[in-house]
Design a protein around this ligand. Structure first.
Ligand code: TYD
Length: 201
């Protein structure tokens, strides 16, 4: 069976994490092997880089390079081998997050980032990206109840508004790959929409 690469995206607090296990179950029920993973992270080196990039202050370029260093390792150790086995690889975030956060949020040039993308995985894009979208106020309210905020969660309101806008622009640019999910609805309503999208795969 052909491997399937699915990525989950959205601003912090959009609710994607609430659906990861459900998605994995959906594919397991079809008899597929599922690899659940995340970025930044997903490998021993990547998880160390995650600790650094989520907590240490640094230049925007450094941040982008660390994201792609972790991604390079992730592709080698987890994503490509999983796809080669025919598994469904579900990653909580991937390169769309770099375009949304480092370009949209921080203002890094998209041309620069596109060079890193071409270098690190020019031959490979997700088969499907589920973009969980909620208004910034809703996301913010969900986050304030959560654990201690990391460097991205600590950013101001306009940062998150720019990240959201950048994600939505990417969804307009790649409508066949990126499907927008209204994450402000109930879990059941979101799952019904997810099921409809997955049936088309
Ligand atoms: P997140 O999925 O929000 O982790 P958690 O649910 O445990 O908080 O990811 C961590 C942060 O990393 C998130 O705020 C977005 C940021 N990020 C980037 O800025 N660029 C990237 O390329 C990736 C993958 C993540």
């Amino acid at each position: 069976m052909k491997g399937l690469f699915i990525t989950l995206e959205g601003i912090d607090g959009a609710g994607k994490s609430s659906h990861v296990e459900w998605l994995a179950e959906y594919f397991r029920n079809q008899g597929r092997c599922v690899v659940l993973t995340r970025e930044p992270g997903g490998t021993p080196v990547g998880e160390q880089l995650r600790e650094i990039v989520l907590h240490a202050p640094m230049a925007t370029e450094t941040e982008a390079l660390i994201m792609f260093a972790a991604r390079r390792e992730h592709l080698d150790v987890v994503i490509r081998p999983g796809l080669a086995r025919g598994d469904v690889v579900i990653s909580d975030r991937f390169t769309d997050a770099s375009f949304a956060y480092q370009c949209g949020g921080r203002g890094l040039s998209e041309d620069r980032l596109a060079i890193l993308e071409a270098w690190v995985h020019g031959d490979l894009q997700p088969d499907l990206t589920l973009l969980f979208d909620v208004p910034n106020d809703v996301a913010q309210a969900r986050l304030s109840a959560a654990r201690a905020p990391d460097r991205f969660e600590q950013e101001k309101r306009d940062f998150h508004a720019r990240v959201r806008a950048a994600y939505l622009r990417r969804a307009e640019r790649y409508p066949h790959r990126i499907r927008v999910i209204d994450g402000s609805r109930t879990l059941d309503a979101v799952r019904a929409q997810l099921a409809t999208i997955l049936e088309t795969l």
